[in-house]
Write a protein that binds this ligand. Structure first.
Ligand SMILES: [Zn+2]
Length: 247
């Protein structure tokens, strides 16, 4: 299976922002191709009960809980019937909401927007209380960032979140233990680890590069399961196309 990671869906010169028209093309490919977009529940059931995922399974994830995920990505996902998981910082739904953001598109979703996302049948994961690098924290602060987020999101959603996404992809055995006490699954962001479904506390994801052509996107989806290999294959596919196009 592949787990794709998005942040903003926006025309911004940022490695975290995939342009909306490109995003739509990618989602249309996903919906029309030999892929099956799966839910958090599918992944959870596979890991806990061994129920296999469909072939070419893809889980879509959106980090940081941007308002943009609800206003821009959600209509496309709804139109194409694609499930997805949004990783939200519980503190951002309270008085800890960031007051200043570098760009209006980086505004985080308010509780109503998170409710709109869940009302559409899509899932919410935890992403720490206030997006801290967990490996650098004291025990007390780590507990707050993991348990505090769990509590805030359980209050808002009416049920506890089941997946945790490490901010900045930063984790170590101590962080994994803290997360494992509260969440059945955890998502990493790194390209350096083989995704190993026997170890559900570091499920690696493929970050979708804003510069990828649709061909590169498909190459990433079709490459061997290692996200690093998928990234390399996608980049190489575009480099090859560029070389061929040059007389
Ligand atoms: Zn993040």
């Amino acid at each position: 299976m592949k787990i794709l990671m998005y942040h903003l869906i926006e025309d911004l010169p940022s490695p975290m922002a995939v342009p909306p028209d490109r995003f739509r093309e990618q989602m249309e490919l996903l919906a029309g191709g030999p892929y099956t977009a799966v839910t958090e529940d599918d992944l959870h059931t596979m890991l806990t009960q061994g129920r296999p995922l469909p072939p070419n399974a893809v889980l879509l994830t959106f980090d940081d809980g941007y308002a943009n995920t609800v206003t821009t990505a959600l209509p496309v996902l709804e139109q194409l019937g694609l499930p997805a998981l949004m990783a939200v910082c519980g503190g951002y739904l309270t008085d800890q909401r960031p007051r200043h953001v570098p760009h209006p598109a980086q505004e985080t979703a308010d509780p109503d927007q998170v409710q709109q996302w869940t009302a559409s049948g899509r899932d919410v994961a935890a992403h720490s209380y206030t997006h801290r690098r967990l490996t650098a924290l004291s025990e007390r602060a780590l507990a707050w960032q993991t348990a505090g987020d769990h509590e805030a999101l359980a209050d808002l959603l009416g049920r506890p979140p089941r997946t945790f996404a490490y901010p900045y992809g930063a984790y170590d055995p101590r962080v994994q233990r803290a997360v494992a006490g509260l969440y059945p699954l955890a998502l990493a962001t790194d390209d350096h680890h083989q995704p190993d479904l026997r170890h559900p506390y570091a499920l690696s994801r493929i970050q979708v590069d804003p510069g990828w052509s649709l061909h590169a996107f498909r190459t990433a989806l079709d490459s061997p399961a290692d996200p690093a290999a998928a990234q390399r294959a996608a980049r190489a596919a575009d480099a090859l196309t560029t070389t061929r196009a040059t007389p």
